[in-house]
Design a protein around this ligand. Structure first.
Ligand SMILES: Cc1cc2nc3c(=O)[nH]c(=O)nc-3n(C[C@H](O)[C@H](O)[C@H](O)COP(=O)(O)OP(=O)(O)OC[C@H]3O[C@@H](n4cnc5c(N)ncnc54)[C@H](O)[C@@H]3O)c2cc1C
Length: 597
């Protein structure tokens, strides 16, 4: 039996972007959040390092510097109108979070504490600037708790553990979404005037990843099956410091606090790759440096990892060498206690997963698939666009990691995702509510649930010749080997072909569990289908982009090529193939330059 619900705005996803959208939409119209996870279990809760905003609490800073760093970090692929908007709004957004009750770490005089982070600089001295606002190493967790309680206070309606499997459209306009309720297996239709997708990323298509199990790109997959495009999928960020073999993230804040990367020869190798900013260079730069060190045999004991060292004596000796000072001008020195206070969760993870206490031993790390720069294309209002001319889909919005506005371009700076969530989550919430206020509810098509049933039926009636776990494993291997930190024409071409075969084999998967209640096998298999679709688009978009920019590094085209490639990719899934088109980058005040470090 299908249940039908009616709201003005329905938000898919209860993470930072979804909750921020809900908070603002629910102030004006009847709003629901439909989330496959209980909201505070969303991946935003894993964000450790902080949220970037030019508050200038500890030293001079300006939002324009933040904007320039973001444009440069994006390797000139970010849309500068959106970046300027984000960096300017970031300051107020952080104060709003403070006023909602977020327990930020504090300076001695009671202001919000800030620390340096990769790629964030004083544009005049070129030195790292303290811009990341943090709550110890639990910033994302605090954001979720704070926003969730505010949404509850605003009487947002929550449908938790409901998996959205389809978007309903009528005459080119949004009519709602269809979801499966985990506890009962029932199908629900959510009619809405406006829908916001805030479903997070898709890093589970790689072997080593920092991403939660839920990061399967559901929003993008649902949208592409309705004939809409995704943007810039070839750009996926590898964070340089995942725990060896596990991929669990060690925040950049460790390097912000003075941690250094060391190879098998005991060298601080980032001095070679980024002489000015060293260990705090952008993530793409540091990931490639680790890859090259390993390739040239300088991984620890010849293996494929390096050390991240935050032992106080090591940090202090490099800080002395660099002439690093505290805000009051005294030499920068760190104590064991300060490390324990500033990165408690990291110390805990290392002891739990590695048996290593970071104040007495270095941590083994390797690059880990971390963040999707690409996603559902939107304009600066969070409205989803459907072509290279920026035509919007009436009633459809997207925000957060699952969207591409694009403020991160080819490479995201640390702390800029949380800013993106709060700034554009808010924007999408406000704009969707305004749209809903002046629109009528679209009629439901007769077969509103048909495609959802068809997807479920397919998973239940496949021939059973293939196993989902094997296909998943093969997909991750292809993506890691051929669509990883470094890419080649040959590798990408074979990745595209292999992924096409995997997508065909996936049709022969049949799930074993037929119970309606809590059928995780059904949902996890459906999620694998989403990853396969997005993996194919990622590989194909990467194959066609014949240059190196940001996170997309081609061994065969190893330079950035602004003349031919300073443009965004839009990709449509067509049966078992991908169609691509390109749209220009918006440039306001920052002309492309070589990236120097
Ligand atoms: C380990 C880690 C550390 C990070 N640290 C930082 C940091 O310090 N600073 C920073 O700026 N960024 C950081 N990031 C990145 C940042 O945390 C994420 O990009 C961001 O939190 C994503 O927020 P979101 O709201 O888009 O998605 P999420 O918070 O993941 O929320 C997605 C929501 O969508 C829902 N959903 C998904 N699919 C469906 C479906 N089919 N039906 C219904 N609901 C669905 C989920 O239930 C969830 O509620 C980090 C990321 C990781 C993985």
């Amino acid at each position: 039996m299908t249940k039908t619900h009616v709201f003005d705005v329905v938000i898919v996803g209860g993470g930072g972007a979804g909750l921020m959208a809900a908070l603002y939409a629910s102030q004006n119209v009847k709003t629901a959040v439909v989330s496959k996870l209980y909201p505070v279990r969303s991946h935003t809760g894993a964000a450790q390092g902080g949220i970037g905003a030019a508050l200038g609490n500890l030293e001079e800073d300006r939002w324009e510097w933040h904007a320039y760093d973001t444009v440069k970090g994006s390797d000139y692929l970010g849309d500068q109108d959106a970046i300027e908007f984000m960096c300017e709004q970031a300051v107020q957004a952080v104060y709003d979070l403070e006023h909602y009750g977020l327990p930020f770490s504090r300076t001695k005089d009671g202001r919000i504490a800030q620390r340096p982070f990769g790629g964030h600089t004083n544009n005049e001295t070129k030195k790292p600037v303290r811009r990341s606002c943090y709550a110890a190493d639990r910033t994302g967790h605090m954001i979720l708790q704070t926003l969730f309680q505010q949404c509850v206070k605003n009487e947002t309606t929550f449908f938790n553990e409901f998996h959205v499997m389809d978007l309903i459209m009528q005459d080119g306009k949004v009519a709602g979404v269809v979801a499966l309720e985990l506890a009962t297996g029932e199908i629900h239709i959510f009619r809405a005037k406006a829908v916001i997708f805030a479903t997070g990323g898709h890093g589970r298509m790689w072997e080593i990843t920092s991403n939660a199990y839920a990061y399967t790109g559901d929003g993008a997959a649902v949208v592409i099956r309705r004939g809409l495009p995704v943007e810039d999928m070839e750009f996926f960020q590898f964070h340089p410091t995942g725990i060896y073999k596990l991929g669990i993230l060690i925040t950049e804040a460790v390097r912000g606090e003075g941690g250094v990367l060391i190879n098998d020869k005991g060298e601080r190798f980032m001095e070679k790759y980024a002489p000015t900013i060293k260990d705090l260079a952008s993530r793409d730069v540091v990931s490639r440096a680790i890859y090259l060190e390993v390739k040239e045999g300088r991984g620890i004991n010849g293996s494929n990892f390096v050390y991240l060292d935050i032992r106080p004596d090591v940090v202090n000796s490099y800080a002395e060498k660099d002439g690093r000072t505290r805000p009051d001008g005294t030499p920068y020195r760190i104590t064991t206690k300060e490390i324990a206070d500033k990165i408690p969760d990291i110390s805990d993870f290392c002891q739990t997963y590695l048996g290593v206490d970071p104040v007495t031993a270095p941590m083994p790390v390797q690059p880990t698939a971390h963040y999707a720069m690409g996603g559902i294309p939107t304009n600066i209002d969070g409205a989803v666009i459907q072509d290279v001319n920026g035509t919007v889909v009436p009633g459809l919005y997207a925000a957060g990691e699952g969207a591409c506005v694009s403020v991160h371009g080819a490479n995201r700076l640390g702390t800029n995702s949380l800013v993106d969530l709060v700034v554009f989550g808010k924007q999408a919430g406000i704009k969707a509510a305004a749209y809903a206020k002046q629109s009528d509810l679209a009629e439901l098509p007769d077969d509103a649930e048909a495609f959802t049933h068809q997807q479920i039926q397919q998973l239940k009636t496949g021939s059973g010749k293939e196993k989902a776990a094997e296909i998943a494993q093969e997909m991750r291997a292809v993506m890691s080997d051929k669509v990883g930190v470094f890419r080649t024409e040959e590798g990408l071409r074979s990745a595209v072909e292999e992924l096409k075969v995997l997508r065909k084999r996936f049709l022969d998967v049949r799930i074993q569990d037929s119970t309606p209640q809590f059928n995780m096998e059904l949902l996890n298999t459906w999620e694998l289908g989403n990853l396969l679709d997005l993996a194919l688009i990622t590989a194909k978009s990467a194959l066609e982009r014949k240059e190196s920019r940001g996170a997309h590094a081609r061994e065969d085209f190893n330079k950035r090529d602004d003349k031919n490639w300073m443009k965004h990719t839009l990709a449509w899934l067509k049966e078992n193939d991908v169609e691509l088109a390109y749209k220009p980058v918006k440039v306001t005040r920052f002309e492309p330059q070589e990236r120097t470090y």
